[in-house]
Design a protein. Structure first.
Length: 274
């Protein structure tokens, strides 16, 4: 059984869905704001980027919108399937044109300035709620605290040890999951080293390797070198390969926040598994 190769016509389909959603929502008197987040708003999107649509609704109407979120999303295009629970304030809709839309519902007092909201795009803002949040968010500069670096360091320790345990037990899928988390922590550390905010949730690889990444060719090359298969010895060798870059990065990030790099602790932690 073969599958027909799909032509990349997603941007046009994406535009149609977005226009249908905006037309429907703006006509609703209980909608007081609409904005787009994610890569489409920032401009670092590609043909496969999804739509992150955020809808601000009048106080005391949010639960009604949540109850109707699937029916509403079905008005904007032909739904293939949904993700998400009925009570969550969002719904992830997969349309049969292969475009995905995440639609979120908020009340106005839930919008707070954040580095995550610096580059959102306001589509409908009659009460100037969204543009005020954008303005305040753009005053926030990237920063990292000593507590965040300690957390990062300890998570590296934890995932390195758990990768080792899983590999020794021959739990290879679990070992590879933990190894992926270890690699992600190094990649996120590279972003911090460059004073760049990583617009991906914790342990999510989206945006790190795509075109436009802030990572250098050598860093992308290291990620490729650290790929591993279902082989316990190769997994253990990969931990050892990551160790020197962790030491360097830990030193740089610790200096950035005036923190002791705890070199002896780092050596002791990894000596147990190498």
């Amino acid at each position: 059984m073969g599958f027909k190769k799909r032509d990349v016509t997603l941007p046009n389909e994406r535009t149609k869905l977005l226009e249908a959603a905006l037309e429907d929502l703006i006509a609703d008197p209980n909608v007081i704001g609409i904005y787009e987040g994610g890569s489409l708003a920032r401009g670092d999107y590609d043909a496969y980027s999804d739509i992150d649509l955020h809808i601000v609704v009048k106080s005391n109407t949010k639960q009604e919108f949540i109850a109707e979120k699937k029916r509403r999303a079905s008005k904007w295009g032909n739904v293939l399937f949904f993700e998400g629970t009925d009570r969550a304030p969002y719904i992830v809709t997969h349309y049969d044109c292969f475009v995905k839309m995440d639609s979120w519902y908020h009340e106005a007092d839930e919008l707070q300035s954040s580095i995550w909201l610096q580059d959102i795009k306001a589509y409908y803002d009659p009460e100037h709620i969204i543009n005020h949040v954008i303005s305040q968010s753009r005053k926030i500069s990237f920063s990292v605290s000593s507590e965040e670096i300690i957390y990062w360091r300890e998570k590296v320790f934890a995932f390195a040890h758990e990768t080792y345990r899983a590999a020794k037990r021959n739990e290879l899928n679990y070992a590879l999951d933990n190894l992926s988390a270890l690699k992600w922590l190094i990649a996120s550390g590279w972003y911090t080293e460059k004073n760049k905010h990583l617009f991906s949730p914790y342990l999510v690889w989206s945006k790190i390797e795509r075109q436009g990444t802030v990572l250098s060719e050598s860093q992308l090359g290291l990620l490729a070198e650290w790929d591993s298969h279902r082989d316990s010895e190769k997994i253990l060798q990969t931990i050892a390969s990551i160790y020197p870059e962790f030491l360097r990065l830990n030193r740089v990030l610790s200096e950035k926040v005036g923190l002791d790099e705890e070199q002896q602790l780092c050596k002791k932690v990894f000596a147990l598994i190498m």
